[in-house]
Design a protein around this ligand. Structure first.
Ligand code: ADP
Ligand code: MG
Length: 330
C-alpha cells in the first residue's frame, strides 16, 4: 500500500518492481523450490522424513548495526545471524525469505546490488535459495527468515543440558564486541575485529556434526553469560564458567587489556559462535569432529545443579561482569 497521488504511486510501484526484479535475477534456485520469487507465495518440497526448522531475525539500522555499515556487510550479516540460529539447532539450511524496508537513499540499484553481493556470497556458501520476501519503503531494516531440515531426534535444543555436562564454545569470543567498543569510543577499529563484527561465520557444519552428540546448544548473539543463562533456565540447571579459559583471537590482546577482554568475551555479543553442552565421555568425539569441520572448540566450564551462571577466576573466586549482555527494551 502506498500513499500520495496516483502519479507518485505509479512511480513508487515501478521502483518496487524494479528492485524485486533485480533481486529475482540474482537468486539461485534449488530442485526443491517448486515456485520461488514471483508468485504470491513460495511452494517448497520438504524432504520426506525430515523436520522443518524455521528461524527469523531482524536487523535495524542504528540498533543492530551502525548506520554507516557497508551495504555488502549488512547483506552478509542479515543472513549470517539467521543461519547461526539454524546451526544452533543442528539444522541444514535450505531456503530463506528477505523482507527489506529501505529509505530513499538505499532504495536504489547501487545500494541493493552491494547488499545482494554480501547476501548471496553467504547464501551460495551454504546452498541456500532465496524464495521470496517483501520490499517496502521505510527506515532501513532487514528481516530474514531461514528454513532448514533436521532428523527427528537430532534437534539441538536449549533445554537439553544435563548436570555433569561439559560446556564448550566454538571459535573465539570477544572480537565482534571489541570492534563495537572501538566504534563507540570513536577510536580506530582494528580491521580483523571489524571483520568479525560485520561478517560473522555461522557454524553450520559444526552444528550438523554435533547433532546427536551435544545435549544443549545455543548460538552466542547477546554474550556468553546471557545466552548460556537461557540454556540453564530452559534446562533447569546451573553453569560454572572458567572465565580465564575463554578462547580469544590473537588480535584481541593487541587492542584491549586483560580485564576488558574478559568483559568482551563474557558479556559482549555478536560472536555467533556456538555454546553447547555434552557429556565428558564425548570429549574425544567432539575434538575429532571439530577438527574435521575446521572449527576450534574449547571446554570452558561445566553444568551443575541449581540455577544461574557463575563465572569463576582461576583461584575459584567469582568474577562479576559489569554488564550481563545485550537486551532490548532494557
Ligand atoms: P504481494 O503484493 O503479493 O505481496 P510483492 O509485490 O510483495 O507481492 O512480491 C512479489 C514477489 O516478489 C513475491 O513472490 C515476493 O515473495 C517476491 N519478493 C518481494 N520482495 C522480495 C525480496 N526483498 N526478496 C525476495 N523476494 C521478494
Ligand atoms: Mg509483498
Amino acid at each position: 500500500m502506498a500513499c500520495g497521488g496516483s502519479e507518485r504511486r505509479t512511480s513508487q510501484v515501478t521502483a518496487e518492481f524494479d528492485l524485486i526484479e533485480s533481486i529475482r535475477a540474482r537468486a539461485e534456485s534449488r530442485p526443491d523450490v517448486i515456485l520461488g520469487i514471483g508468485d504470491d507465495a513460495a511452494v517448497l518440497q520438504v524432504p520426506a522424513g525430515k523436520l522443518l526448522v524455521v528461524a527469523t531475525d531482524t536487523l535495524n539500522a542504528g540498533v543492530h548495526f551502525p548506520q554507516e555499515t557497508a551495504a555488502a556487510d549488512i547483506g552478509w550479516k542479515s543472513l549470517a545471524v539467521n543461519l547461526s540460529d539454524l546451526a544452533a539447532m543442528g539444522a541444514k539450511p535450505a531456503w530463506c525469505t528477505l523482507s527489506l524496508s529501505l529509505p530513499l537513499p538505499q532504495a536504489d540499484r547501487t545500494w541493493l546490488d552491494a547488499f545482494l553481493d554480501g547476501f548471496f556470497a553467504l547464501a551460495g556458501l551454504h546452498g541456500v535459495a532465496l524464495v521470496g520476501g517483501d520490499t517496502t519503503r521505510g527506515p532501513l531494516s532487514v528481516c530474514v527468515t531461514v528454513h532448514g531440515f533436521v532428523d527427528e531426534g537430532r534437534v539441538l535444543r536449549r533445554d537439553g543440558a544435563r548436570v555433569g555436562d561439559d560446556i564448550w564454545v566454538s571459535g573465539t569470543l570477544g572480537d565482534a564486541a571489541g570492534a563495537l567498543a572501538q566504534w563507540r569510543k570513536k577510536t580506530r577499529i582494528v580491521p580483523e575485529l571489524k571483520a568479525r563484527l560485520d561478517r560473522p561465520t555461522p557454524r553450520i557444519a559444526l552444528g550438523l556434526a554435533l547433532a546427536g552428540i551435544a545435549h544443549g546448544c545455543i548460538d552466542i548473539s547477546d554474550g556468553l553469560l546471557a545466552d548460556l543463562g537461557h540454556v540453564c533456565e530452559r534446562s533447569g540447571v546451573a553453569a560454572e564458567i572458567d572465565i580465564t579459559d575463554l578462547p580469544a583471537s590473537d588480535v584481541l590482546p593487541t587492542a584491549f587489556e586483560e580485564e576488558a577482554i574478559r568483559a568482551l568475551q563474557a558479556s559482549g555479543g555478536d560472536d555467533y559462535e556456538l555454546c553447547f553442552t555434552a557429556p565428558p565421555d564425548a570429549r574425544v568425539a567432539i575434538e575429532n569432529l571439530a577438527g574435521r569441520e575446521g572449527t576450534s572448540v574449547t571446554r570452558v566450564g561445566r553444568i551443575v545443579e541449581g540455577s544461574g551462571v557463575r563465572a569463576l577466576l582461576g583461584d575459584g573466586c567469582e568474577w562479576a561482569p559489569a554488564s550481563g549482555g545485550y537486551t532490548h527494551f532494557a
